[in-house]
Design a protein around this ligand. Sequence first.
Ligand code: HEM
Length: 444
Amino acid sequence: PNLPPRLEGGLPLLGHALEFRTNPIRLMERARAHHGDLCTVAMPGTDAIVMTGAKAQEKFFRVSDDDVSQAEAYRLMTPIFGKGIAYDAPPPIMKEQLGFFHEALREARMRTYAQGFIDEAEDYFSTWDDVGVVDMYAVGNELTIYTSSRSLLGNEFRQQLSGEFAKLYTDMEGGLSALAFMAPYLPTPAFRKRDKARARMVELITKIVDDRRERGTVGDDMLQSLMDASYKDGRKLSEDEICGLLLTIMFAGHHTSGVTFSWTGILLAQHPEWVAELRAEQRALLGDRSELTLEDLRAMPKLDATIKEVLRMYPPIVVMMRKVVNDFSFGGYDIPHGSMIFASPTVSHYMPEVFPEPHKFDPTRFMAPHNADKKNPMAWIPFGAGRHRCMGIVFAQLQLRALWSHLLRNFDFETVEDSYEPDYTRLLVGPREPCRLRYRRRSH
Ligand code: HEM
């Protein structure tokens, strides 16, 4: 076979794994610089082929699910999502389960979700003083727990349960570590806590489900979609499956939105001249109105472009992975089964041939007539592409616009740290803490 060229360097046994853990972007950029669109790096026990450039990325996103598997990359999630849920399910079942999410994220639900984002922003920021210093990573993650739990379980339960929900969720996250890839069921304290939290979560959800069925009430939330769903053979979902799928969607949508919220604040604090443009857009759209609507959220092209530029510079998912189960070839090379393939939004988003002056913050890239996202669907890939493209795109964008529309109209932000850098030690990459900003409430 004609294998893709190998990257030089790397250690015996560990290969390039240490560098991949501390700075995966530098490693993958070097792979591209030395060997082009396909380059093999060595990981412990397996080779990984880094696929960069729009053509190779397109291939990555289009390879059939029969030839590559996502299960390997998401194995550490199984104890949280549950056995037989999502990536742990056989591909045809997983496909049906993803179909249930489509229902939960359908257009008709967006009005309720959008109202939730708007209300949560009002409530959350009304507790802030007139001036203060906040850590943006912490704010993003806290706020999006509230917005997420509300869309998952409905407002009533968000009000009653979000304290306990947040704590259980944190305990489950504590179980996400390198060890969870290797030995996810060792009886360590963190894993025991994770399992206890999940069991309690199933209990809570079962109570809500029973309560709704008894009282005959219907929610306008993701839980309701899963309660109403059934498999093709007519079987309804068990409470354990409902809970597992709710957790799957929570983990897909929470930190990803949270860190994007945080980076938006940091980049806006660094670019006051662009904030002025965004405020003008808000004024032109809303005039004296303070009540936002779903239609308003869809009529903010500058804010929309800003969030796209934030996602270009700091995509929360810096690398996507698949395990090759059947050999395939691309670009004259053979990609053997047993290896992994990697595609990296971050590497893609800094290719100067697609995004000129990639280190410059320039939201106008995503406005007419440039429309860099539409022109380069296989190069602007913060949400992935192809068959497994993110299902939460509209949900995430509406949420981020609702939160930032509120903040732009009500607060000024200034930087506090000398610099703000990505923290690659996290699974979902956000700004390294501390990442504080100073805020001041605006007088109207
Ligand atoms: C898949 C990014 C928010 C639900 C993905 C993938 C990416 C991504 C890169 C593809 C993963 C792969 O191919 O291996 C993001 C980012 C978000 C975000 C950057 C926020 C800024 C959300 C939200 C939800 C969600 C809010 C749900 C409410 C999903 C689901 C999938 C997915 C269900 C799996 C799709 C499939 O495999 O067919 N997301 N996501 N995401 N995302 Fe998102």
